[in-house]
Design a binder for this molecule. Sequence first.
Ligand code: IMP
Ligand code: MG
Length: 423
Amino acid sequence: MSNIVLVGAQWGDEGKGKVIDYLTDKVDVVVRSQGGNNAGHTVVVGEKKYILRLIPSGILRKGKLCVIGNGVVIDPVALWEEISELAAHGVKINSKNLLISECAHLVFPFHKTIDEHGDALRGAQKIGTTKRGIGPAYGDKIARVGIRLGELLQPDIFAQKLKARVKDANVVLRAFDQKPVKFKRLLDQYLEVGEKIRPLITNTVLTIHKAMAAGKEILFEGAQGTFLDLDHGTYPYVTSSNTTAGGACTGSGVPPNRIDRVVGAMKAYTTRVGEGPFPTQDAVVADLMHSMGREYGAVTGRARRCGWFDSVSTRYAQMLNGIDELAVTNLDGLDSLARLKVCVAYKLDGKKIEVPPTCVRQLAKCVPVYVEVDGWQTQTSEARSFEELPPNAKEYLRMICDLTGAKLKLVGVGQSRAQTILV
Ligand code: IMP
Ligand code: MG
């Protein structure tokens, strides 16, 4: 084994929660390095369904250390809720299984208000954010007015910094016709929750390096997906962090030469939630998924947009992230189809292209070039080995991997832990 980065190869919701849960079994430490509680990782253990937002999915495996790295933005109230929910399900959190970086930035309620009203103001150009305050919190970090978790533990400094920040935030809130923040109330609320999580907060760079020095193996669990990456995604219809493989390094303090392998998670089809171009979006796939009760967001409950497998984008994702192996999830979602479409190129202004344009306006004009293949019309949810899959399903998976340019490692045929095929 080795240190693995898991990334989403599409627009998020690739079924990473399940893949992380599987990979966690093989490692010692699980690290989140970007994003915030905009993420929703669903893991089904026995009869129980867990939706993890900030806490690494590794928390559900006994004896694993989970780390929330410096690159994550943290709403401490939401974090405490998640800790309490887990405790109610018998998963006890303490400094033995969860450590949080003192350099991670805080998300405040005014970030959420600004996120929501700012996006609404964009009208037809709205991004369709999760309204969790993620963009505004990262905005503060980049503008160097953010407040970090370590400062929450120093009440005097925290009060001073928060007072200045609230004063500026209130100018914006008033412009949005929103109630200004009451400084004292917010201060008390955050200091109180700060005390609750104090034992978990530390310099996690040292934690991770100590673990590596002791020969422990690490999984970096990505949140969101490649095309939501702030730099490489369909800007501005992206999230505000680096969701591609490099984000694992900057967001945790682990140097690139300690990463051994990159695993890309992808669905056997494609989904996207929120606005922005999505070339292979197709009503046939959406109707099928939604009729089965699938593809509703884990965090916001929104119906996801659905479409065919798009090899133009996954091939680009393979290159960007250096994906060695693929975990293809939700294969069973396609079981009933007689014919499937596979996007092998785009047509832009009548010209065939095999690389997605970086400009959203051009991407929005791209028309997919499909080849059609026969479906398998056989239930795959009971299959437990690659051999047991119907021939056309095997052929489809081979096609996905050949076109994407990575080896097949794992196939998901249902939500439960058992419905995982190792290749
Ligand atoms: P934000 O991250 O809330 O700012 O939202 C920006 C865009 O990223 C929106 O299109 C969201 O729907 C999308 N997004 C953010 N987090 C996730 C996720 O975990 N899965 C899928 N889409 C996401
Ligand atoms: Mg999700």
